[in-house]
Design a protein around this ligand. Structure first.
Ligand SMILES: C[S@@+](CC[C@H](N)C(=O)[O-])C[C@H]1O[C@@H](n2cnc3c(N)ncnc32)[C@H](O)[C@@H]1O
Length: 270
């Protein structure tokens, strides 16, 4: 498996301030079908098995708070001690704070590729459609911070868009940049609310996760369900992979590297 490595990789997160909040909210409302029917139930099913009343839970890249709201308002109530959303965009944070009940929850500014949060802080974390915002080098940096912020033995749930969806000829995506084998940046043709995203195959994601030190516990394609509720854009494509879903753990024996991943250190390795 070749991991994409591109010397042009920007060290900064690819998603910039003006791409967010209003556009993101509009996009999330527009794509509520797949999120509500495919992502939230999957996250909640996993959380039901691992959360306890002492769990410190985090969502990285919580955006305007839709996933947090679904978890916080789920009935029966999910147990956790505290739930923090970490989000780079200040307008999205304000939106999220309006949406979620702040009792035992909060939304804090953080750049996941350069996080200031302490090691071993969270017992369980969620990355719901955030890792697809990163080109290879920022993705390595984000995963470094994800694993170091997770407590030893802690679990992270990951959901990302599948590569199969934009490659399907009927779904009308434009590939903007090849990133390497099975990896590219693409945008949906003619849709101003649709943000550019990075698409990696499930195997490439697995390689990034393993290289970051995670143990992969589950790795699945989430297939579009055969129901009209999913919305007109998706209902003709039942059975197609729309997201990948991973459950990963920080192994007990994992030692946090002293040096962060940085292209000065990886360029000779790959
Ligand atoms: C597609 S949205 C997903 C929002 C939410 N997790 C969900 O699934 O509904 C991706 C979010 O990640 C945030 N994000 C992107 N880069 C980030 C970074 N470097 N650090 C923290 N958040 C980031 C974006 O601002 C955006 O809110």
């Amino acid at each position: 498996m070749t991991i994409p490595y591109n010397k042009q990789d920007n060290m900064n997160p690819r998603v910039m301030h003006d791409e967010h909040s209003i556009q993101l909210k509009a996009w999330q409302i527009a794509s509520a079908g797949p999120h509500q029917l495919m992502i939230y139930p999957r996250l909640i099913k996993e959380l039901q098995q691992i959360l306890t009343w002492t769990t410190l839970l985090a969502e990285y890249g919580c955006g305007t708070g839709f996933v947090m709201e679904a978890i916080i308002n789920h009935k029966p109530v999910l147990p956790y001690r505290n739930f923090l959303g970490l989000e780079i965009n200040s307008e999205s944070r304000l939106e999220a704070r309006k949406l979620i009940n702040l009792d035992r929850a909060g939304v804090i500014g953080c750049n996941l590729t350069n996080s200031h949060f302490p090691d071993n802080m969270f017992d369980v974390s969620i990355c719901s459609t955030i890792l697809c915002h990163f080109k290879p080098q920022p993705l390595r940096q984000a995963l470094f911070h994800c694993i170091r912020m997770l407590s030893p033995g802690g679990t992270m749930l990951i959901c990302v868009p599948s590569m199969e969806w934009p490659l399907h000829k009927e779904t009308d995506y434009v590939i903007l940049e090849e990133l390497g084998d099975d990896a590219f940046v693409a945008v949906r043709h003619g849709n101003s609310h649709q943000l550019r995203q990075c698409y990696y195959s499930r195997k490439v994601y697995q390689t990034f996760l393993s290289n970051a030190g995670f143990k992969i516990v589950k790795s699945k394609n989430l297939l579009i369900p055969d129901t009209d509720e999913i919305g007109v854009r998706y209902c003709h494509h039942a059975g197609m992979s729309l997201f990948y879903f991973f459950v990963v753990e920080r192994p007990l024996e994992y030692k946090i590297p002293v040096i962060e991943p940085d292209d000065r250190y990886i360029s000779n390795v790959i």
